[in-house]
Design a protein around this ligand. Structure first.
Ligand code: GLN
Ligand code: ZN
Length: 763
């Protein structure tokens, strides 16, 4: 008999109940008790949904982040919050979100303000965790309260509970040593706390504990490999059985290590590394359980259950009772329940599975293995019908798009001339001063704008009136920019809800869910558009707005687009073709938009690639392949224009050291990046590499409400000029201004323009 289990369930709630509860509490509109009760209700509800499984996860619920939960369990609180007097959950939120000492909140006076913990991406997902902080002096101390409480709740509900914790090696690996000390030196002490924790769980009658070690799917040097052996040899004596869980990729050369850790079981991601399953069976000692992640925990498609059974049946034959089945990873990364969707096109809906449906798929597979396929004949036939309908649907397959893709040539991504020649022609046309000023695209999304959009979507505002409202906002942005004296203007993106959704809505091959929310961090969720078919552009998407904006000014108006790689990386994508194929399709569609903008007389066009870096694979050995097609997609999009047309790109980060060649290969005339928080040191990459084109290193941090002063920005630009020749520098904020207020934006940009003037006077 195979055993079914789940690695983690989305905790935000089918209707984002947790988000709303958290935000109400943070705003002081509800009590801590009310918040805790909602957490309890959600857990109860989620366990009920998982009651068909042999084992359900406990401890996967977190009020903010499961890694931060682990830090609290291990007593690894940043020193700056250790003296806090209040409820531990409030302290937890202090670490998660930071607090200013001036806030009127309880304990603001006695416990003061604290900086938020740093947040970073959880492996290659769009989920962000709070980075554990270490120093050489870090002391761990067990606090199992949260986990034990949840375990007690689960028991009361008769849940077959499998506690889930982050493993010690991954915990150290994903954290940061604030004093640059060696994190591995903390391992022996850390292991004592894990030992105590496992003992506490054993005392509660727990049989299995899932211990997540996703770091095993990355390249590990000898020290970290050794840490694995050390850690699990020490935890071996525990009375619970450990299931070491790996996910998000292949074990590759860590296969032997993973298979031979002295634990009771191993979970592997059979979506990303199916080919490893058979070799692992060979490597695995005969007493060990192999948990195979057969349902994709990262996408929203129905699995092809019959095809899965084809390869799974022989595996089951070999492993017998030692085979466990699960989703590939925690279902945290998919929306909760497809049944919530009322507006989704029924044909497309029949191809989808969210977390709840994925667990149903899992149980169908288990029944088929345990009792034979005949026992689930009808379910398998339905699944087959859906999978085949999707495969052959005309909505998915567009022969024109497929034909265009066949004809891709390197010429398509090639500018007519090299940067130096283009720059001369652009200078003659645009006549920009030294240190030209611009912004990244969006201006404040005011309450009025959001109101107009929601009225329009609800059908209460007709298209003509919506257009008038948006044009008024554009006119306002243009006027403000003229008064400010900026050199290259933007239209302000009033008409855009989101930089990806806006384009997705206008491209064929995309659809949108109502409740397909996925947690990004804390209470923040994203609703990735669903890329389901071949991509085409029925008509121009931005040209009318930009033309209107240009008609209001004699300054150059920058056309504003989102690039193909970013659209891809922020969507749920197809699993029936490689990512690069979808990316090239997006590239061809946006290329048409670029060319239409150019024909409409727009001579500066920005193509945002905010998420290019995010798409980097987990293993460095796979970077090159990704960067090749990502860069080529950008080139196809951007480089069909004449020399005179100036192409900008924007990226919301500044770590370019390891990808600088690729950034240069994109061959944008201007790149604007985020650097304001690093004193321009991050420009070193561009300096050392002799980056050939123009750069706008963001001179002020748009994430903060602070108004930067002129001297500060002049200082930053001078530091920049030590690294990049002044002739190739632009002056701009480090990202779009849509989350700011006009009252912040105007003085900040006034100072920024003044800084540019000061700089010009000094050269
Ligand atoms: N053009 C977009 C804006 O200004 C860019 C946003 C981003 O890079 N995240 O909002
Ligand atoms: Zn940005």
């Amino acid at each position: 008999m195979v055993t079914t289990h789940n690695l983690g369930f989305p905790r935000i709630g089918a209707k984002r109940e947790l988000k709303f509860a958290l935000e109400a509490y943070w705003k002081g509109q509800s009590s801590l008790e009310a918040l805790k009760q909602i957490g309890k209700d959600l857990r109860q509800h989620n366990w009920a949904l998982q009651s068909g499984l042999d084992l359900a996860p406990v401890g996967d619920f977190a009020f903010y982040d499961q890694v931060l939960d682990m830090s609290f369990t291990l007593g690894n609180l940043p020193p700056r919050v250790q003296d806090f007097h209040g409820d531990p959950l409030d302290n937890y939120f202090r670490v998660a979100r930071g607090r200013s000492a001036e806030s009127g909140e309880e304990h603001a006076q006695c416990c003061g303000g604290v900086a938020a913990g740093e947040m970073t991406k959880w492996f290659d997902t769009n989920y962000h965790y709070i980075v554990p902080e270490f120093t050489a002096d870090t002391k761990f101390k067990l606090d199992a309260t949260r986990l034990l409480e949840q375990l007690a709740e689960a028991k009361a509900q008769n849940v077959k509970a499998k506690p889930v914790i982050v493993g010690p090696v991954t915990y150290l690996a994903i954290g940061k040593a604030k004093d640059d000390s060696n994190r591995l030196a903390l391992l022996p002490q850390l292991l004592q706390v894990y030992t105590e924790l496992l003992e506490k769980l054993a005392a509660q009658g727990v049989e299995w504990v899932q211990i997540d070690e996703p770091i095993l799917v990355t390249e590990l040097d000898a020290d970290w490999q050794h840490a694995f052996n050390l850690a699990y040899h020490q935890l071996k004596s525990s009375r619970v059985k450990l299931l070491v869980a790996t996910y998000f990729g292949q074990l590759a050369d860590n296969q032997y290590l993973a298979a031979n850790l002295p634990v009771a079981g191993l979970h592997v991601d059979a979506i990303n590394a199916r080919h490893e399953v058979v070799s692992l069976i060979g490597l695995l000692p005969a007493h060990k359980v192999l948990s195979v992640g057969v349902i994709n925990g990262r996408n929203i498609w129905k699995a092809d259950l019959n095809a899965t059974l084809e390869w799974l049946e022989p595996v089951a034959e070999r492993l017998g009772d030692r085979l466990w089945l699960a989703p590939s990873c925690s279902l945290l990364h998919v929306p909760v329940d497809l049944d919530s969707e009322q507006k989704l096109d029924s044909e497309i809906k029949s191809w989808l599975a969210f977390a709840t449906q994925k667990l149903e798929e899992l149980s169908i597979l288990a029944i088929a293995l345990n009792q034979g396929r005949a026992a689930v004949k009808k379910q398998l036939a339905n699944n087959q019908a859906a999978v085949e309908a999707r495969r052959s649907s005309q909505r998915v397959n567009n022969p024109v798009v497929k034909a265009a893709l066949e004809k891709l040539t390197p010429q398509l991504g090639q500018r007519q001339n090299a940067y130096a020649q283009r720059a001369a022609k652009q200078a003659a046309l645009l006549k920009l001063p030294k240190y030209p000023t611009t912004t990244i695209g969006s201006f404040p999304q005011t309450a009025d704008i959001r109101h107009a959009r929601s009225e329009f979507k609800a059908g209460r505002l007709d298209e003509a009136r919506y257009k008038i409202a948006m044009e008024a906002e554009i006119a306002r942005s243009v006027k403000e920019q003229e008064i400010l004296g900026l050199d290259v203007l933007v239209h302000g993106e009033a008409e855009r809800n989101d930089m990806v959704e806006y384009f997705g809505e206008q491209l064929d091959g995309y659809t949108f869910s109502q409740f397909g929310w996925v947690q990004s961090y804390g209470s923040r969720c994203v609703k990735p558009p669903i890329l389901f078919g071949d991509i085409s552009r029925p008509k121009a998407m931005t040209v009318e707005w930009i033309k209107y904006a240009q008609s209001l000014t004699s300054k150059p108006m920058k056309g504003m687009l989102t690039g193909p790689v970013t659209i891809l990386n922020w969507s749920f994508v197809r699993d029936d073709q490689p990512r690069y194929v979808s990316c090239y399709q997006l590239a061809l569609a946006i290329r048409q938009e670029v060319l239409d903008l150019e024909s409409a007389g727009i001579s500066v066009i920005q193509i945002d690639e905010a998420a290019l870096r995010e798409g980097l694979p987990l293993r460095k050995t796979q970077w090159k392949e990704y960067l090749n097609w990502a860069v080529e997609s950008f080139r196809i999009t951007a480089n069909g224009v004449a020399d005179e047309t100036q192409i900008h790109t924007h990226m919301c980060y500044s770590e370019f050291n390891d990808i600088i060649q690729s950034i240069a290969d994109m061959d944008a005339d201007v790149i604007t990046i985020e650097t304001s928080r690093s004193d321009m040191e991050l420009l070193d990459a561009f300096n050392t590499f002799e980056y050939p084109n123009e750069i706008g290193p963001g001179v002020y941090d748009i994430h903060s409400p602070n108004i930067p002063n002129e001297a500060y920005m002049v200082k930053l630009m001078k530091l920049a000029a030590e690294r990049v020749p002044a002739e190739r520098l632009w002056v701009n904020p480090d990202c779009g201004l849509k989350t700011r207020q006009w009252a912040e934006v105007l003085p900040a940009l006034t100072n920024m323009v003044a800084a540019a003037k000061t700089l010009r006077a000094s050269v």
